[in-house]
Design a protein around this ligand. Structure first.
Ligand SMILES: [Zn+2]
Length: 587
């Protein structure tokens, strides 16, 4: 025991060479921890379950003592270094990082901005992880400022304070002269920062929508907001999209043209809802395995069907309840997710709990055969959440459906040092909806099976699936495609589908159908010239080979749409309104 508080772990960031994507980080190892200290750079960042080996970006690393004399730094494993046993006094470890990888999980630094993901930036000191971690990060460029998800230090400018190592790893930084807007949710300050180059975001509208979505979250989880301040850091690039939740904020990535495009704007609103809901689900209501993750190795959990699947379900429902989305947008998005899961062979091979466990090696590392062996714990998980919600609302029309289960799980396990287990989730379902329903959901995620959402369940909220012919449906090849300037590539060929049966395989590039070349954007038109059941000759290249295969086209899936039943009961209309926040007549 000591009367003196432990010396904090200190970092300083130097952005002098940011134009060349270089960041210099200095870590001061306190004197009492220095002898034989092990310094570790994480291999992954929370929320993105794949080993990224950030050590790849370390250009060089060295250590010096208080007299600036070189201290030996011995590699210890792939991503760690050890100081000598006999070193005394504090030791400074300096490393240079190459930061030219723009995503929400990696560092990107240039003259415009500097996005720093702490897991990729700050090596931690073993045995010092419980101490406060201080980061000194001046912007160093006139007119630029630093945004941190950490609170600022009271006494030192440009310095930010993390309670411990895990708090630092969960708090991104952004630097630049960037458009931003303030807003409030439940009286708590929030900020949105746009780090896209151009793009002309309508900041007041973004703030209005994000605040409305935030208030919808507070209705889902009543009580005090579980943060003192919240910041969205949003980067923009020519393509791509995604988000990564942090303890008191999130990093988003969207195409720069997002705010001039209605579909992208809808995706952006859903992304805002998704990452914001993680403030509760994942960041404070935590799967047991993720409460104390190991940053040098993968940390597996079976619960991503709740952590991500339920979040994915609510990232469509909450914008609807907030009035940011229409109920039509909600239903069309649910239909699209339904169609995608129905046509993914992997949904009948990989159970959802297994998909969660295997996120590290399947979800984040894909190849052409992935759709045949993997199911998506986001989309598939959201459909299980939808089925559960509908079953609860049918059984108790005046109840709160899945909201009630979510709240119970929150009341029982939020902030718990043990997190929640799969049994805890089933217990909460059983408490609201009974043991049989808990057993049904257990089977849905433990076995490879699709959710069952039938006419009777839909009728409970006044809906039905109806054929919605919109032009002639396109006969199907059973492939997933990507298109670029060179043409169409069959990125994946679905198992036992028409192309699979004909001997076409993932990665083949399409040249022609029935002797006519098929250019970018022309595949649907080429297939419309044929009938289901008809044989067509498909010409592809596979590396240096030119191949012709006869493919018998399948019937297309019928186009369907969720719509209001022609006659509905008052009760069904009321349940729809409790579910979506809108009247059924708005459809
Ligand atoms: Zn998520």
């Amino acid at each position: 025991m000591s009367d003196h508080p432990a010396e904090p772990i200190r970092y300083a960031v130097d952005l002098t060479d940011r134009l060349h994507h270089l960041v210099r980080v200095t870590l001061t190892v306190p004197a009492d921890l220095a002898a034989a200290a092990r310094v570790v750079l994480p291999v992954w960042t929370p929320g993105s379950y794949v080993v990224r080996d950030y050590v790849h970006h370390v250009q060089w690393i060295r250590a010096t003592d208080a007299d600036d004399t070189e201290v030996a730094l011995t590699p210890d494993g792939t991503t760690a270094w050890r100081l000598p046993d006999d070193v005394t006094g504090p030791v400074t470890v300096t490393l240079e990082l190459y930061a030219n990888d723009l995503s929400v999980r990696t560092n990107h630094v240039d003259d415009h901005h500097a996005l720093l993901i702490p897991a990729a930036t700050f090596p931690y000191v073993e045995h010092g992880t419980d101490r406060p971690h201080l980061v000194h990060l001046p912007s160093q460029t006139d007119g630029h400022r630093t945004w941190s998800l950490l609170p600022p230090a009271d006494d030192t400018p440009d310095t930010y304070v993390a309670e411990d190592r895990d708090h630092l790893i969960d708090s991104a930084f952004e630097v630049g002269d960037l458009p931003h807007v303030d807003y409030e949710v439940a009286g708590v300050p929030h900020m949105f920062v746009w780090a896209g180059h151009g793009g002309h975001p309508d900041l007041p509208q973004i703030a209005k929508d994000a605040a409305a979505i935030g208030e919808a979250c507070v209705e889902l989880f009543p009580g005090e907001l579980p943060t003192d301040a919240y910041t969205f850091l949003c980067v923009g690039w020519d393509t791509g999209g995604g988000g990564l939740e942090h303890r008191d904020g999130a990093v988003l990535q969207m195409p720069i043209r997002t705010f001039q495009d209605d579909d992208l704007t809808s995706r952006f609103q859903s992304l805002v809802a998704h990452e914001y809901l993680h403030l509760w689900n994942v960041k404070r209501l935590v799967p047991a395995a993720l409460v104390q993750p190991a940053y040098e190795h993968p940390t597996h959990t079976p619960s991503l069907w709740v952590a991500e699947g339920w979040t994915a379900y609510y990232d469509e429902l909450l914008p609807t309840r907030a009035g940011v989305w229409t109920p039509r947008q909600l239903l069309d998005t649910l239909r699209d997710t339904w169609d995608r899961t129905e046509t993914t062979p992997g949904a009948l091979l990989q159970p959802l709990r297994q998909a969660s466990h295997e996120a590290w090696t399947k979800h984040y590392i894909r190849d052409a055969n992935t759709p045949n062996v993997m199911t998506d714990y986001y989309g598939h998980g959201s459909l299980v959440a939808w089925e559960l919600d509908l079953r609860l609302r049918r059984a108790d029309p005046s109840g709160d459906g899945l909201d009630a289960v979510f709240r119970l799980l929150w009341d029982r396990h939020a902030g718990s040092a043990a997190g929640y287990t799969e049994d805890d989730v089933l217990d909460a379902i059983a408490a609201v909806g009974g043991d049989d329903l808990a057993a049904l959901i257990d089977a849905r995620v433990d076995h490879a099976q699709r959710p069952v959402i039938d006419d009777d369940l839909l009728a409970a909220v006044g809906l039905e699936f109806a054929e919605a012919p919109n032009g002639r449906p396109v006969p199907t090849l059973g492939v997933q495609t990507t298109e670029d300037a060179q043409g169409v590539t069959f990125t994946s060929v679905l198992r036992d589908g028409p192309a699979w049966r004909a001997g076409i395989t993932g990665g083949d590039r399409l040249v022609a159908i029935d002797g006519s070349t098929v250019a970018t954007g022309e595949l649907s038109r080429a297939l419309l010239a044929a009938e289901p059941g008809q044989d067509v000759e498909v010409t592809v290249t596979r590396g240096p080979r030119l191949l012709r295969r006869i493919v018998t086209l399948d019937e297309p899936r019928p186009r369907r749409r969720l719509r209001a039943l022609e006659t509905t009961t008052l009760q069904a209309r009321q349940v729809f309104e409790r579910w979506t926040g809108h009247e059924l007549s708005e459809l």
